[in-house]
Write a protein that binds this ligand. Structure first.
Ligand SMILES: NC(=O)c1ccc[n+]([C@@H]2O[C@H](COP(=O)([O-])OP(=O)(O)OC[C@H]3O[C@@H](n4cnc5c(N)ncnc54)[C@H](O)[C@@H]3O)[C@@H](O)[C@H]2O)c1
Length: 256
């Protein structure tokens, strides 16, 4: 099925690895001109190399998306390279495994800044450019933690709950401009973030197995599982979908 993304300009933040890299590869395979954004230059350039090797079009922009200057530079460079922006995937995030009483104020501020404020900053920078184009699509990466929780993940869960609420809210403000806003909510997905978090547990092998068994589909997600959902939400095939959360978790949240 042609997703009608040929020639569209798609920005993906946090695309130096994991879900962002997989999503960038899929956008490019669908013919989108892809803007790979990350603060990790080595990983970002690797993503661009993968895309080009497969015959796609991509550039890398090094930026800290949790700063207004980074978000603004990202948009400026994307417009310079490709003349506009059609899609923004707000995907960059970090995680820390702490309860409220274990979380320092500095750590709380850091997580909320990277995981929630960056979504506001990058959207704020992109939307005027999308409006000039007559519309666009924004997809945030929220999480299963937007809906349910586990011990010791306080700031991350708060940020991801915020991303879900902001998805619904932004959909109201920009519908008249032809801009749809949705989010994808991954369950446990095999990326550097998940591997680091699992390796911090007492028995990583057991924890990995537990996450697999918690899913009716009995496996950890692949980054591409999430990427395909993002690319669908960003495409004209989802033209009547806005303000929604697409949960991609192998059935994890469907289980009592
Ligand atoms: N892996 C999972 O199990 C899982 C589950 C639910 C949600 N998610 C979400 O999916 C998204 C992608 O996560 P992932 O698992 O691929 O993680 P990852 O750590 O593999 O990738 C995140 C990327 O974001 C980049 N990044 C972090 N802070 C940044 C900043 N300030 N500016 C620019 N780039 C920055 C990192 O360099 C990294 O390349 C995140 O929003 C995460 O919260 C992941």
């Amino acid at each position: 099925m042609d997703l009608e993304l040929g020639g569209k300009v798609a920005i993906i933040t946090g695309a130096a690895g994991g879900i962002g890299r997989a999503t960038a590869n899929i956008f490019a395979a669908e013919g989108a001109r892809t803007v790979v954004v990350d603060r990790n230059a080595k990983g970002g350039m690797e993503t661009v190399a993968e895309i080009r090797k497969a015959g796609g079009e991509a550039i890398f922009i090094r930026a800290d998306v949790a700063t207004a200057a980074g978000a603004s530079r990202m948009v400026g460079r994307a417009v310079e390279a490709f003349g506009g922006i059609d899609v923004l995937h707000n995907n960059a995030a970090i995680i820390r495994s702490h309860s409220v009483t274990e979380t320092s104020e500095a750590e709380w501020d850091l997580i909320l800044r990277v995981d929630l404020k960056s979504v506001y900053l990058c959207s704020r920078a992109c939307i005027p450019v999308m409006k000039k184009r007559g519309g666009g699509a924004i997809v945030h990466t929220a999480s299963v933690h937007s809906f349910a929780s586990i011990p010791a993940i306080s700031a991350y869960a708060a940020a991801k709950g915020g991303v879900l609420a902001l998805t619904r809210q932004m959909a109201q403000d920009y519908a008249a401009d032809g801009i749809r806003v949705n989010c994808v909510c991954p369950g446990a997905t095999d990326t550097p973030m998940l591997r680091t978090a699992i390796n911090e547990t007492e028995n990583p092998r057991k924890t990995w197995k537990q996450w697999e068994q918690a899913c009716p589909l009995n496996r950890i997600g692949k980054p591409e599982d999430i990427g395909h959902a993002v690319v669908f939400l960003a495409s004209p095939r989802a033209s009547f979908v806005t303000g929604q959360a697409l949960i991609v978790d192998g059935g994890l949240l469907a289980k009592l």
